[in-house]
Design a protein around this ligand. Structure first.
Ligand SMILES: NC(=O)c1ccc[n+]([C@@H]2O[C@H](COP(=O)([O-])OP(=O)(O)OC[C@H]3O[C@@H](n4cnc5c(N)ncnc54)[C@H](OP(=O)(O)O)[C@@H]3O)[C@@H](O)[C@H]2O)c1
Length: 277
């Protein structure tokens, strides 16, 4: 019997590649997305390769949609072995420029939706006595930097959630694995929103422009999303998966530097790397 996987945000990028990689490994994969019209390409690839993959609708921000998707999977397969919490987006802006409402929207998708899905799927996995929950965090969940402050905060929150869950669910045979990609070449940066106030901000105009152009330059040379998918597959094959996996030379380099340097040295190093100061 195939193991069953659910991936959120499979319409593009990391979610798209991870869904196909899981299906190629023999998982019956539910490639979920909020707009199933975006599922034509993945369906075509799955058909051409005769992969066990099905596209279903799941908007992570919507309680009913989450419930409906999980119910349909349980009705069909009676189990969920792997959950990949991947759906996410980002917003440019400093802490002053991103309104509280915008912070909330950011946390809704990148953090609360994951709490919501885990609360529904953890009982299923506990009952099975087995399961893997993969949370797509980021290097931005380990290192703070300016002008993506709400996004970074949401990923730091996800790291705390994931570390705590490891103790809680580990007892029941459920692994929680954190994936920390560096800059990955996907639609992510093109889809980023900008805080309403950031467009009018004089105070933070210079740093905002510098950081956005610095990150966009890094994105040009980003790691392909298939590499994230490969690391996820590798983690699932380990008898005892590690708590976290870093993906990309950039992420490895930043984390090494963080380990070796004092906090102040690291801040100065990151300013140079990010916007040449
Ligand atoms: N790209 C990077 O450099 C990078 C680095 C580290 C971590 N990450 C993380 O990797 C994850 C995937 O991003 P990506 O790089 O693959 O970018 P992407 O190509 O823009 O994919 C993001 C996916 O999330 C989906 N999504 C957004 N809001 C959703 C919602 N409410 N319900 C369901 N799906 C939703 C998008 O769906 P739509 O097509 O409908 O918008 C899309 O499928 C994110 O969590 C991101 O934070 C990315």
């Amino acid at each position: 019997m195939n193991k069953v996987a659910l991936v959120t945000g499979s319409s593009s990028g990391i979610g798209y590649e991870t869904s196909l990689s899981l299906a190629r490994e023999g998982y019956f994969t539910y490639a979920t997305m909020r707009d199933v019209k975006k599922g034509d390409t993945i369906k075509k690839v799955a058909e051409d390769e005769s992969l066990p993959l099905k596209v279903i609708e799941l908007d992570v921000d919507n309680e009913n949609s989450v419930e409906k998707a999980i119910k349909s999977i349980i009705d069909e397969k009676q189990r969920i072995d792997v959950l990949v919490n991947n759906a996410g987006w980002g917003i440019w802006g400093t802490a002053e420029d991103v309104s509280v409402e915008e912070f909330r929207e950011q946390f809704e998708t990148n953090f609360f939706s994951i709490v919501r899905i885990i609360q529904k799927i953890a009982p299923i996995m506990r009952e099975q006595g087995t399961g893997d929950i993969i949370n797509i965090s980021s290097i931005a969940g380990r290192i703070g930097f300016p002008v993506s402050t709400a996004y970074i905060s949401s990923k730091f929150a996800l790291e705390g959630l994931s570390e705590s869950l490891r103790y809680e669910l580990g007892e029941f045979g459920v692994n929680v694995i954190i994936i920390e990609p560096g800059v990955i070449k996907t639609n992510f940066f093109d889809s980023m929103k900008t805080a309403e106030k950031a467009n009018e901000s004089d105070v933070y105009k210079e740093i905002t422009e510098k950081v956005i152009s610095g990150v966009k330059m890094m994105a040009e040379m980003g790691t392909p999303p298939i590499e994230v998918a490969s690391v996820i597959i590798k983690s699932l094959k380990e008898e005892k998966p590690l708590p976290r996996y870093v993906v990309g030379n950039d992420a490895t380099m930043f984390l090494e530097a963080k380990k070796m340097k004092t906090d102040i040295e690291f801040e100065n190093y990151l300013k140079k790397e990010l916007y040449g100061e």
